[in-house]
Unconditional design. Structure first.
Length: 156
């Protein structure tokens, strides 16, 4: 689930660890790897969190379950930092977050061998592959077509 507001791109991502909020802007210049203390406010609920910085964005883990439930029914999510407060409109978030959870639940049950980007009736083409051991490590080479050169990578 994603949206943009005031030159800020906002995305909610669901992974095994839980829900995460991604905020990025082309105007930001952040110190990569730094953690910023923020307060998240949604409706009557608030929670302290850490925003982990990349060059132009931050990732905030949303691990507080009661806050996440309150966020689903709130109209606005506020991200309060030291200098400013970012306001993210959450209109329609109940349905969007429910779809995100359903998508995660459906796809996490799939085996790792399935590919969601290939139609089920199509056979996935197998890349040609070669691996050899050297005294300095392993060289793995592959090519996607029958003709063409191999792409080799060395692993030490």
């Amino acid at each position: 689930m994603s949206r943009s507001t005031d030159d800020i791109n906002v995305s909610f991502v669901r992974a095994d660890e839980g829900l995460a909020l991604l905020l990025d802007s082309s105007k930001w210049r952040l110190e990569r790897g730094r953690a910023y203390e923020v307060t998240l406010v949604a409706g009557q609920r608030s929670v302290d969190a850490r925003a982990l910085a990349e060059t132009r964005g931050v990732t905030i883990a949303l691990s507080d379950r009661p806050f996440n439930e309150g966020m689903r029914t709130a109209n606005v999510l506020e991200v309060r930092g030291e200098r400013t407060t970012l306001r993210v409109p959450l209109d329609g978030s109940i349905a969007a977050l429910a779809r995100l959870e359903a998508c995660f639940a459906n796809n996490s049950r799939e085996s790792s061998d399935t590919n969601p980007f290939v139609a089920p009736n199509r056979k996935q083409s197998q890349a040609q592959y070669d691996e050899r051991k050297t005294r300095n490590g392993v060289v793995k080479c592959y090519r996607n077509f029958v003709i063409g050169r191999y792409r080799c990578h060395r692993f030490y």
